[in-house]
Structure formats: structure tokens, C-alpha cells
Write a protein that binds this ligand. Structure first.
Ligand code: ADP
Ligand code: MG
Length: 287
């Protein structure tokens, strides 16, 4: 049977907006030594904004419209930022055969032409030669009928509370803090340096994230536990694989919230350390 004070711990967590799906996760939280964060939406706000347009053979407005059309069926944060920058409704009747290629971007028919919108990996996959963008940020390259059409640069910002979250976890006894991202190495390294993380793995596909977590799990000893915190649809397999899966409640996809053991209702990463403190207190009462 579950000791009564575990319910006290789960109640205390719920009062700070943290849903703990079972007392075993509270116990695991008290032994967390490694935390693995997904970048977008977890450590950064995920409210991407278009910050640069570099068209090739067309106007900026035409480039943005092409991107908005190609991305019109996706609800990736990148797609939403492009739609917001375009600011008008697009005629989705012009768009057909949309394929979302995970960790790469979009392939679609726009006005009967084949349009690609995504990262360097996507362009490589289709043999498109690009002009590499020099501006910092997440880069979306566009191609139309096999030819480079320009670049959209998107900037995200680090959550103001993320730095404290990282420091508080360290104070609570976490020894290894890692970030995983599908984004470019330069973007990943900038965020990791700003936050003081120990390690960053960038340019990962969703399945690579599972592999990295498997490796980190193998490095754990004894009762040490590993938590993964993320928000995306693609994060569900990693959330299940970690000892403790932590999902962002308001930004998170339904799949992530479903797969998680712990849900942060307000997406504030500082609540992870707060939950560890509640877990420790609860365990002291139970033992
Ligand atoms: P993260 O690991 O940061 O959550 P994702 O796995 O969602 O990122 O995506 C990884 C990368 O794949 C993005 O940084 C982007 O370059 C590219 N990408 C994914 N989806 C799209 C899209 N809809 N449009 C353009 N690029 C995309
Ligand atoms: Mg993600």
C-alpha cells in the first residue's frame, strides 16, 4: 500500500501546479542525478519570430508567401511564426501533397510546383545547393522546383526562468544537465552556454534523441535516476524511455502530456527543482 504522506507530496506538488502521476515518480525525483532537456518550448519560449528574409530571385514578400503556403498545414512552432509574419490567410487550395519530414521540414506542392521548406539536412536530402545564411537563428531554407528560393531566419528566446531552473537543479543534487535539440549546433551551443549546461547534442532526429537518452541511462549508477523534460509530439518516445518523463503542460502536445509521468502545468522549468524538494521532504516523512 502507498503510505499516506505520498498523497501529501502529490498534493503539495499539485498546489504549485505540478501534476505527479504516481507516488513512485515522487520517489524517483528524490534520486534524480541527470536531467535531459529538449530545447524548443522547454528551455526556450518556443515563440519563434521571423527576424530575417533573404530571397533568391523574388521579393521578400513573395518568399514569405511561399514559406507560408508550404507551411500552412503544419503546426510546428516554426510554421506558426511564419504564418504570423505573413499576417494574412493563405489559400490552402493552392497547396497539395504536404509531407512533414520529421527533424527536416516540409515538402509540398504549391501551385503545382514542388516546394521544400526546412533545414540544411532537408536541402541535402533533395540535392539543393543553398546560399548559407550568416544570421544567427533557426534557418528555414526554401526551394522551388529543385532550385534554391531563399532563406527565412527565425529567432527564439530563452525563457527568463530557465537559468534559475538550471542552477536550482544543481543545488538540489543534479550532477549532469544535458540539452538535446534538432536545431543547428550553433543555436544549441549558444543556448547551452547562456544557461550553463554541461552538455549539448544538436542536429538530432527524434530517434537520435532516444539513443542519446539510452547512452546517458547506461552511465547512471545504482539508484540514480534520469529525467527528460520536453514538449513536442516527437518527444513522446523519449519521455517514456527516461526514468522520469516531464512534459510542459500548456505548450506541450497531447502525446507528450500523455507519455509523461510529471506535467508542469505552467511550463516553468524551475518547478522541476521545486518538485525534487517536495519529493525529498515527503520521503523523509515516509521513512
Ligand atoms: P527541436 O528538437 O528543437 O524541438 P524539431 O525536432 O521539432 O526541433 O525540429 C528540428 C529541426 O527540423 C528544426 O530546427 C528545423 O530546422 C527543422 N524543421 C522541423 N519541422 C519544420 C517545419 N515545419 N518547417 C521548417 N523546418 C522544420
Ligand atoms: Mg521539440
Amino acid at each position: 500500500s502507498v503510505p499516506l504522506s505520498f498523497f501529501g507530496g502529490i498534493g503539495a506538488a499539485s498546489r504549485i501546479g505540478v501534476l505527479v502521476k504516481g507516488s513512485n515518480y515522487l520517489e524517483a525525483m528524490s534520486e534524480m542525478r541527470t536531467i535531459v532537456f529538449d530545447k524548443t518550448g522547454t528551455l526556450t519560449r518556443g515563440d519563434f519570430r521571423v527576424s530575417g528574409l533573404y530571397p533568391a530571385g523574388r521579393t521578400e514578400e513573395e518568399l514569405l508567401e511561399l514559406a507560408a503556403l508550404a507551411e500552412s498545414y503544419s503546426d510546428h512552432p516554426i510554421s506558426r511564426s511564419i504564418a504570423a509574419a505573413f499576417g494574412k490567410n493563405v489559400d490552402t487550395g493552392r497547396v497539395q501533397n504536404v509531407e512533414e519530414i520529421s527533424g527536416h521540414g516540409i515538402k509540398a506542392e504549391v501551385d503545382g510546383k514542388t516546394v521544400l521548406a526546412g533545414n540544411e539536412k532537408l536541402m541535402g536530402k533533395f540535392g539543393i545547393s543553398i546560399v548559407r545564411a550568416e544570421q544567427a537563428g533557426t534557418i528555414v531554407y526554401l526551394a522551388e522546383n529543385g532550385r534554391f528560393a531563399g532563406t527565412v531566419v527565425i529567432s527564439d528566446t530563452v525563457k527568463p526562468e530557465a537559468r534559475d531552473a538550471v542552477a536550482q537543479l544543481r543545488d538540489a543534487g543534479v550532477r549532469r544537465e544535458v540539452m538535446l535539440t534538432g536545431d543547428k549546433r550553433s543555436v544549441g551551443e549558444a543556448v547551452a552556454a547562456e544557461l550553463g549546461l554541461d552538455q549539448v547534442y544538436a542536429e538530432l532526429l527524434p530517434e537520435d534523441k532516444v539513443d542519446r537518452v539510452e547512452d546517458l541511462l547506461k552511465m547512471q549508477s545504482g539508484k540514480d535516476k534520469l529525467a527528460f523534460a520536453g514538449d513536442g509530439i516527437n518527444d513522446a518516445p523519449v519521455l517514456s524511455r527516461a526514468d522520469i518523463g516531464i512534459a510542459m503542460g500548456s505548450m506541450g502536445s497531447d502525446a507528450a502530456i500523455e507519455a509523461a509521468d510529471i506535467v508542469l502545468m505552467d511550463d516553468d522549468p524551475r518547478k522541476i527543482a521545486a518538485t525534487m524538494r517536495i519529493a525529498r521532504k515527503t520521503l523523509r516523512i515516509v521513512k
